[in-house]
Design a protein around this ligand. Structure first.
Ligand code: NAD
Ligand code: MG
Length: 385
């Protein structure tokens, strides 16, 4: 029996993780769960799974949960408590499914404590890739990517990484793949969140619509598989059936296919090196044919280019585009800026970021804070509306 701590249990990945656990009650136990503010949803999870700990990052939400709950689950609050459950000696596996930079500390704590990290929170790698990977080696932890593309690549390179030429990350192209640039000016939040294939949280849905999500995944692949920027390509594959491809120097190409459902990657991260039932339907290739592939349109999706550019510039630039994007997406969600302004905010923030080596978490966080302030100022100063 493996004890699982789910950070971000109420989100899209958290919910899918619980659905996989439901299929294997004799192999996995929900040891601890966390969420930000959604205490009512957490109450239901506490009643169903009876975890030892439930953490609400928000203190007010924690006291509401405490008042409503009658079982023995210990309710904790605040960001430090996320670290506590991630590092707890009874935790075997940590599902890192908090959205954004808020997830980074707990992932590092899990790494320091020798856990298996099932990593959905791509921001930890993007911002602190070297620090995280060093800690994983030093503490004998394990990192299994839950992002579908990276999980696919990991599966493909199980037998051999030698003579690997390049990887190709597949991208659906998001909800605006076939929308002309002229129409992108006026798209709504609802349009941007309406992903054709995947059901996801709001932030990553908007990121898919701007395609910065794919750009962030390029950076993620760089760290995870030790690849140079020129070894990572993006190909548009609108149906999201092929989850990435690995090209070898002998001319062979390996890939992993499935219906677009995150339970596939989640179950793999839980069962690795084995496989278990995930609840995902068997793939029907005939139903999905033809599978199509296109070059990405970098003019229409400048965020993709900006991500590649930041990777070439280094860690402070990568941190800057991630922070600027978080601020710009939040502003878009609040109706303060338009969809196309997201890329402009990122570009301007990147342009005003100083190149620096960030060798510890404090400098990563400081760089993130500075870039957030710069991006907020850019949004204030420019009358985008
Ligand atoms: P979501 O918005 O659905 O859920 C986020 C979870 O994090 C919630 O439980 C929320 O309560 C918690 N949370 C939010 N802010 C927090 C804070 N400040 N402190 C503590 N907890 C906080 O997001 P999601 O779509 O499940 O994505 C989670 C992560 O997984 C993201 O990093 C995303 O990029 C990555 N990811 C998601 C998918 C997907 O299909 N949804 C695919 C690949 C990668
Ligand atoms: Mg992905």
């Amino acid at each position: 029996m493996k004890n699982i701590t789910i950070l971000g249990a109420t989100g899209s990945i958290g919910t899918s993780t619980l659905a996989v656990i439901d299929l294997h009650p004799n192999s996995f136990k929900v040891f601890a769960i966390s969420a930000n503010k959604s205490w009512q949803q957490m109450l239901k999870l506490c009643i169903k799974y009876q975890p030892e700990y439930a953490v609400m990052a928000n203190e007010n939400a924690a006291s509401k949960l405490q008042k409503a709950l009658t079982n023995d689950t210990k309710i904790l609050s605040g960001a430090k408590s996320l670290n506590y459950i991630a590092a707890h000696k009874k935790t075997d596996y940590v599902m890192a499914a908090i959205v954004g930079v808020a997830g980074i500390h707990s992932v590092l704590m899990a790494a320091e404590s020798g856990k298996r990290i099932m990593l959905a929170n791509k921001e930890s790698l993007i911002l602190a890739g070297n620090i995280l990977l060093e800690s994983i080696i030093k503490n004998n932890s394990q990192l299994i990517p839950v992002d579908s593309e990276h999980c696919a690549i990991m599966q493909c390179i199980q037998n051999s990484k030698s003579k690997l030429q390049k990887v190709q990350l597949t991208a659906s192209g998001g909800p605006f793949l076939n929308t002309p640039i002229s129409k992108l000016k006026s798209v709504s939040i609802k349009d941007a969140c309406n992903h054709p294939n995947w059901s996801m949280g709001h932030k990553i849905s908007i990121d898919s619509a701007t395609m910065i999500n794919k750009g962030l995944e390029v950076i993620e692949a760089h760290y995870l598989f030790n690849l140079k920027p020129e070894q990572i390509e993006v190909v548009i594959h609108p149906k999201s059936i092929i989850h990435s491809l690995v090209y070898y120097k002998d001319g062979s190409v390996l890939s992993q296919l499935s219906n677009p459902d995150m339970r596939c990657a989640i179950s793999y991260s839980m069962a690795y090196p084995n496989r278990i039932k995930s609840g995902v339907k068997t793939l029907d290739l005939i139903k999905h044919s033809p599978l199509e592939f296109y070059k990405p349109d970098y003019k229409k999706f400048p965020c993709l280019e900006l991500a590649f550019e930041s990777l070439k510039q280094g860690v402070s630039a990568i941190g800057a585009i991630n922070a600027a994007n978080e601020i710009a997406v939040a502003a878009f969600m609040q109706g303060k800026i338009k969809f196309l302004d997201i890329a402009k905010v990122i570009e301007k923030t990147l342009a005003s970021t100083k190149r620096a080596e960030l060798n510890n978490l404090a400098s990563v966080i400081a760089n993130n804070e500075t870039a957030r302030q710069v991006a907020s100022l850019i949004i204030k100063q420019c009358s985008y509306n």
